[in-house]
Write a protein that binds this ligand. Structure first.
Ligand SMILES: Nc1ncnc2c1ncn2[C@@H]1O[C@H](COP(=O)(O)OP(=O)(O)O)[C@@H](O)[C@H]1O
Ligand SMILES: [Mg+2]
Length: 429
């Protein structure tokens, strides 16, 4: 503890120094005979307590005190006014300017020691407080850093889960795309043959028309020519071809539409779901889109029954909700598949609106979830699947999307051997 004694009287300084030593107060003592010198000293020395004579020529104790209190770096310094004044107005002014205490002259040893000791305690508390503040600030910085790292990790995990799911779906989606592409390309092949045949007939008709225009052939010759054309039409099945073209084009168009929709759904699903892009959406449309991408997973595993209610459009993030529906559907299909049944299982997707919510219910007649683990299924990394089979992130990400991002609810109702129903409730506004 460093104590600075400031008094223009040499006698007072010596007396105060003696009093400090006699009171066995462990401290370094510095003496100085003017307020201005005191201000210089406190700039270079780390002074904890200053005893400041009020009555000094030119620059008084109160002037010095004002200067000290104007600088934030001296906030923690304890200032004790040293005075022979008993004038209450002067003491009041001292406290107003930020003095912590006062002692009276001539020094009364017991009073002097207890006031200085009280200042030492206050100063020690202040130092401790500053240390605590510093360590709390440091901890805050570390916590912010940790929170940022966590955010980054979460981002990577979400992407990892997403791409694992895309990987899982890729084979099925490839099939969904290949199938329409197969008949579109075979239709194109057929159309090419059709045009070749139609071109041959067209050439013949043009020849006939030229002969008629130029009047080079007799009418009997022209009749023979047109009979030949009719024969050719028959052999090239032109009537059948003309009747078929429309349906070939229609079928191809529908196939291309399906591929486009699958690719769009998949690319929406693959987009970084973190962006806060909220728009008005028809939830039935989102569910249909999700079904389009996962439908192939259900082949030979489960029938999917749909029961779509009429819903108001609601504000939501389309790709995030799509991912949640897909996660739950994939879990439902997986749970039924794990039973290796001889017959297909059943998945029921129902949407309806209720008071202020839109609800998506996805139920399966799979093995159900054991009551001993049901409280943990939304925890990150919780999985009952074999290593490499599940990430354990699908439901935790879905929970985050529904509860935190959409202020909705995701509920599960399940019993052993009686299947599972997940309900997603999304607020209408
Ligand atoms: N429909 C369901 N039927 C039975 N168990 C389920 C169903 N949905 C989820 N679960 C359980 O919840 C766990 C966590 O699911 P999830 O977070 O999607 O991770 P993962 O599918 O990678 O295991 C699953 O491993 C499974 O035990
Ligand atoms: Mg899953």
């Amino acid at each position: 503890m460093k104590i600075l004694l400031v008094d223009d009287s040499r006698f007072n300084l010596i007396t105060a120094e003696k009093a400090l030593m006699e009171s066995n107060i462990a401290c370094d003592i510095l003496l100085c005979d003017s307020g201005l010198k005191a201000l210089d000293i406190i700039k270079s020395e780390c002074i904890d307590i200053i005893l400041l004579d009020i009555e000094m020529p030119l620059f008084t104790g109160i002037d010095t005190l004002k200067e000290i209190r104007q600088q934030r770096c001296f906030d923690g310094m304890q200032v004790i006014m040293f005075t022979s004044h008993t004038d209450k107005a002067i003491l009041k002014e001292s406290f107003k300017q930020g003095a912590n205490d006062y002692v009276t002259k001539p020094i009364e040893l017991i009073e002097f020691a207890s006031r200085v000791n009280a200042a030492i305690r206050a100063r020690n508390h202040d130092i401790r407080l500053q240390e605590l503040l510093k360590s709390t600030t440091n901890q805050n910085i570390q916590l912010t850093e940790l929170a940022n790292q966590l955010k980054e990790t979460q981002f990577h995990l979400i992407n990892k889960e997403k791409f694992a799911a895309i990987g899982e779906l890729a084979a099925g989606v490839a099939h969904e795309i290949n199938n329409p592409m197969g008949y579109v390309s075979s239709n194109l092949e057929t159309l090419k043959k059709c045009t070749t045949n139609l071109n041959s007939i067209l050439t013949k008709y043009r020849e006939l028309s030229q002969h008629i225009t130029k009047q080079e052939k007799s009418s009997s010759e022209l009749i023979v020519m047109s009979q030949d054309i009719a024969e050719l039409e028959k052999s090239l099945h032109i009537e059948f071809i003309v009747g078929d073209i429309d349906s070939l084009i229609e079928e191809s168009r529908e196939g291309i539409g399906r591929v486009t929709r699958i690719v769009q759904s998949l690319s929406r699903f693959a987009r970084t779901g973190l962006e806060e892009e909220f728009t008005f959406n028809d939830i039935n449309e989102i569910v249909e889109e999700a079904l389009l991408v996962i439908r192939h997973e259900a082949v030979d595993v489960a029938e999917i029954d749909l029961d779509f209610g009429s819903l108001p459009n609601i504000m939501c993030n389309r790709s995030q909700i799509g991912r949640v529906v897909m996660n739950i559907l994939i879990n439902a299909i997986g749970s039924i598949r794990s039973q290796n049944r001889s017959e297909n299982g059943n998945i029921r997707v129902k949407t309806y609106s209720e008071e202020n919510d839109v609800i998506i219910e996805i139920g399966d007649d799979g093995p159900g979830i054991d009551s001993s683990i049901i409280n943990r299924i939304f925890n990150p990394f919780f999985t009952t699947k074999d290593v490499g089979q599940g990430t354990g992130l699908g439901l935790s990400i879905s929970h985050d999307i529904i509860v935190n991002k959409h202020k909705g609810q995701i509920l599960v109702d399940s019993e052993n051997d009686a299947g599972t129903i997940f309900s997603i409730k999304l607020p209408q506004s």
